[in-house]
Design a protein around this ligand. Structure first.
Ligand SMILES: C[S@@+](CC[C@H](N)C(=O)[O-])C[C@H]1O[C@@H](n2cnc3c(N)ncnc32)[C@H](O)[C@@H]1O
Length: 212
């Protein structure tokens, strides 16, 4: 039985329970940014209203995110003082301004046609937001949407799952490696996970570079 479903996320955003939102560019992204290369079209699945979108755009990338909860997408643009062009597109609502496009809708309904060509990806708190049953399908779809040999950055957490109710889910490195079998995956940094809930237990945040 899994309670982390679309209604769960809608309720979290609706009630403002968004402890996962850092409000600043992610430290590991800043540090390992160069792995993504230059002037890419970076796919950011399950993007929330992360500052990482604006940070990547400021580095010269085109950015394309997907987020289930439309109010989060609206908040991102409002908080950055830009008025996006809004277009209905194959079951998604596309919000676009300057070099950032965010599709409001279900990641699992994404296609290459909707997303367009992307050339890199960034996953922070995306795979770890999903229950085990969805993590395989999530990575499988990611690998269908992002071309082979594209670079990526993935940030996960690991902790004894019984010590805390997810999300975030603990995603063991062995499991991640199984999902990315055939791709090059390197754990480039490992730090103690911080945050109101994770900080209280022995949780490790891991940063992986990926070459699909
Ligand atoms: C833990 S948050 C991380 C958000 C963002 N990556 C960040 O670093 O702040 C996970 C996000 O995934 C979104 N989400 C969950 N399931 C989704 C789905 N099926 N399609 C698109 N977004 C989804 C949630 O609404 C939530 O904003």
């Amino acid at each position: 039985m899994n309670d982390v479903d679309p209604d769960f996320w809608r309720a979290r955003w609706g009630e403002g329970r968004i402890g996962f939102h850092e409000g600043a560019p992610n430290a590991l992204l800043r540090k390992h940014l160069s792995v993504l290369g230059e002037r890419k079209r970076v796919f950011v699945p399950l993007c929330g209203k992360a500052e990482d979108l604006a940070f990547l755009a400021a580095q010269g990338h085109q950015v394309v995110g997907v987020e289930l909860v439309e109010s989060a997408v609206q908040a991102f643009f409002a908080e950055h003082g830009v008025t996006p062009v809004v277009t209905q597109r194959a079951g998604f609502v596309e919000y676009s301004a300057q070099n950032i496009t965010v599709f409001a809708g279900d990641y699992f309904a994404c296609t290459r046609e909707v997303l367009g060509e992307v050339s890199a990806f960034y996953d922070r708190a995306a795979v770890i937001a999903l229950p085990e049953s969805l993590r395989g399908p999530y990575v499988k779809l990611l690998r269908a949407l992002v071309p082979v040999r594209s670079p990526g950055l993935v940030i996960t957490v690991e902790y004894p799952q019984e010590q805390m109710a997810p999300p975030p889910f603990s995603v063991p490195e062995t499991e991640l490696r199984a999902h990315y079998a055939g791709a090059r995956l390197e754990c480039v940094e490992q730090v103690k996970a911080e945050g109101p809930r994770l900080g209280a237990i022995a949780a490790v945040e891991k940063c992986f570079t990926v070459k699909l």
